[in-house]
Design a protein around this ligand. Sequence first.
Ligand SMILES: Nc1ncnc2c1ncn2[C@@H]1O[C@H](COP(=O)(O)OP(=O)(O)OP(=O)(O)O)[C@@H](O)[C@H]1O
Length: 368
Amino acid sequence: MREFKELRITGLNKYYGNKKVVDNFNLTIKNGEFVTLLGPSGSGKSTVLNCIAGLIPIDGGSIYIDDECLDDGKNFVPPEKRNFGMVFQNYALFPHLSVFDNVAFGLRLRKLPKEVIKEKVISALRMVHLEEHVNKYPRQLSGGEQQRVALARCIVMEPRVMLLDEPLSNLDALLRIEMRYELKALHERLKITTIYVTHDQQEALALSDRIVVLNKGKIQQIGTPEEIYSYPSNLFVANFLGFRNIWEVKILKLEGDNVAYIKFGSVNLKATLQDKYKSHIRNIFENNKRAYISVRPEDIEIGEGLENNIEIKIEVIEYLGHHKQFWGVTSDGINIEVSKESNISLEPGDSVKIWIPPERILIFSEED
Ligand SMILES: Nc1ncnc2c1ncn2[C@@H]1O[C@H](COP(=O)(O)OP(=O)(O)OP(=O)(O)O)[C@@H](O)[C@H]1O
């Protein structure tokens, strides 16, 4: 495998007709990193991946591996010369070839000796736990097994970079989790630089060294799973990562540099500001920008707290196994979603006291 230090994507733009579907995408990926492009349908994830693969032409910017230019609009290395491996959602196996032959296909094109091919294919199949299926055909395999063949076919080529486009999305829920584990274990072992596309936040959090959140072709945030989950940089990322309660509010005053008082309907809330957001919130307050707060449903407590007490009337309850989702409304007509353990027994129509821990409130402006 040819070693490299980094894959650099700079100022990447892509248009379809007049529509800019990738807008100034900048990302440097270190050798061995697992980076996920996360975003809703249509946010441009696959387009970025296909540009990196060389499958579609770019309309600006450049893609380099160290000082080797793969694409800058003028110089172009075709996909088959990049030594990148791709795995898609639909597996794309050859139906008329056995598992062995599917995995051996690329190595045969490289005209490697028969024994070497056999050794590499068996070793790749072993890595994805399919060694006893070598002689089967894709139709005789489950979806998860077929996806493993696709992975084996990719890793057997010892690619410099693996590009995975929603590889688990055709699998059922249980298999997804199992394959997620397999993928992670495989990456731990082989450390192949990987770019993974998904719209599933759990998958992104579980697998990645870093996550790139995309919306409408623009990068919203780049960070480790912990950073993205705990310190979303705007409302979009917060919402995508599970902050369901988003309310427009007025910031009444700032106290010191780490407390904000907020008008929330007819009650005032206190928010303690985390370091990362302090200057940002001062900017919102001083420039009188439209402010929003956001709270995870699981961070809201039922009962009476020291501050931020609110009363809600429960409208709908969803039983979700290990937790229940409560949908309530305040006397000011503000909807609130609360997620708690299933043993809490409340009925629709009940009035219940809740409180929001001040350190669990994030504040954003509209333009973030
Ligand atoms: N060949 C094409 N011609 C025209 N528009 C396209 C083409 N391919 C993609 N688009 C548009 O580009 C935008 C980004 O699409 P892309 O497939 O990259 O998004 P995505 O985030 O991967 O979404 P999904 O998860 O649904 O695959 C979308 O608005 C899509 O409709």
